[in-house]
Every structure is written in structure tokens, then in C-alpha cells.
Design a protein. Structure first.
Length: 192
């Protein structure tokens, strides 16, 4: 059995009462498949990571405390939306595979990390641009991505996500700003 078949079974069962979330997850999987083929990334790893990226979206803090380190739990007190990403990564490791690249891709899918692998980039940007996302920002970034500019798509998604967070009065996560800086440099250096 392929990892992605196992992941599909697990997530469909775990999120059976969250159909909208499942639709989003299948959209992420479809985009990740397209990008994995384009960028020559292992298809089964890309699809299984995409399918598991939001596996723990509705899991409790108590469940997370069985897997996350003390430092990770403390971070999640301040940035609660990180909890599902960290826990989903641990669940992937426990239930699907101990592949480190997949673990990192799920762990960092909310806004990436410095020096991401191609798989990490794929999962992060597929989450933002999957076909069920209908915000104008997501549509614009999807176009950049499908036109073939992965790094620019990531940069634009970060700019827009940070602006959106600021609009809601939320503080940007320090890692989010670090990744933004890295991609700003990458884009700038193309023209020198
Ligand atoms: Fe997520
Ligand atoms: Fe997601």
C-alpha cells in the first residue's frame, strides 16, 4: 500500500465530521501532486504529506501534550495556530512514515522556515493556493504559481498573509518574518 493511500484512509476517517476541511485537504493534495510532478519530487511523499498536513486541526491541547516538546507547547500558547501543524507532523511520523522531509513539510506548512526543501515549499504553497481557496489574494498567488514561479508565489503568499494578520491585530511569528526576509532577498537578487 502506498503511503498516500494509507494517509487518505486515515484522514478521511479522522475528519469524517469535517467535510469542508476534507475538501480543502483534497485540494491541497491535488495541487501538491501537480507541483511534485513539475519539480520532480517523490509523488507519494508529496501526496501523503498534503493529505496529513491538517490531520490534527481539531485535536486537543491535551492530545498535543503527548507528542510536543515543552518548548513547542509553550510556543503554541502564544501562537495557537501552530499546534495543529506540529501535532499533524508527529502523527505523520507515528502513523505513516518517519521520512524527515515530510515531517518538516507538515511541521512548517503554516508559513515555512528558512532554507526550505522543495517538498516543504510545495506543501506550504499548496495550502495557500489550492482550488477551493477563493480569496482574491489566493487566486492571484495561484496564478503566479501555475505560471511557474514557485519562489515568487511563496514571497507573495507571505506578504499577503502577514498583511492579513496585521489587519486582524495579530502579531507576526518571528519565523514568518525570517522567511519573508529570505524570499525578499531571493527575488531582489534575481535582478542584480
Ligand atoms: Fe494548516
Ligand atoms: Fe490547510
Amino acid at each position: 500500500m502506498q503511503l498516500s493511500d494509507k494517509a487518505l484512509k486515515l484522514v478521511s476517517d479522522h475528519l469524517k465530521d469535517h467535510q469542508k476541511r476534507l475538501t480543502h485537504i483534497l485540494g491541497v493534495c491535488e495541487m501538491a501532486e501537480t507541483l511534485a510532478l513539475r519539480y520532480n519530487v517523490d509523488l507519494d511523499l508529496a501526496k501523503s504529506s498534503a493529505l496529513m498536513h491538517d490531520y490534527s486541526k481539531y485535536d486537543s491541547y491535551e492530545e498535543a501534550s503527548k507528542y510536543l516538546t515543552k518548548e513547542e507547547l509553550e510556543e503554541c500558547y502564544k501562537y495557537p495556530f501552530m499546534l495543529h501543524a506540529y501535532l499533524s507532523a508527529y502523527k505523520y511520523k507515528e502513523l505513516i512514515s518517519d521520512n524527515k522531509d515530510s515531517f518538516n513539510a507538515i511541521y512548517n506548512h503554516v508559513f515555512g522556515r528558512p532554507n526550505m526543501s522543495i517538498l516543504e515549499k510545495i506543501i506550504m504553497i499548496s495550502d495557500y493556493t489550492e482550488k477551493n481557496r477563493t480569496y482574491p489574494d489566493c487566486i492571484e498567488v495561484r496564478k503566479i504559481l501555475l505560471d511557474g514561479d514557485l519562489d515568487l508565489a511563496i514571497y507573495e503568499s507571505l506578504v499577503r498573509t502577514i498583511k492579513h494578520c496585521e489587519g486582524e491585530g495579530k502579531v507576526a511569528h518571528p519565523r514568518q518574518l525570517e522567511v519573508l526576509k529570505e524570499y525578499e532577498e531571493r527575488i531582489k537578487n534575481r535582478w542584480i
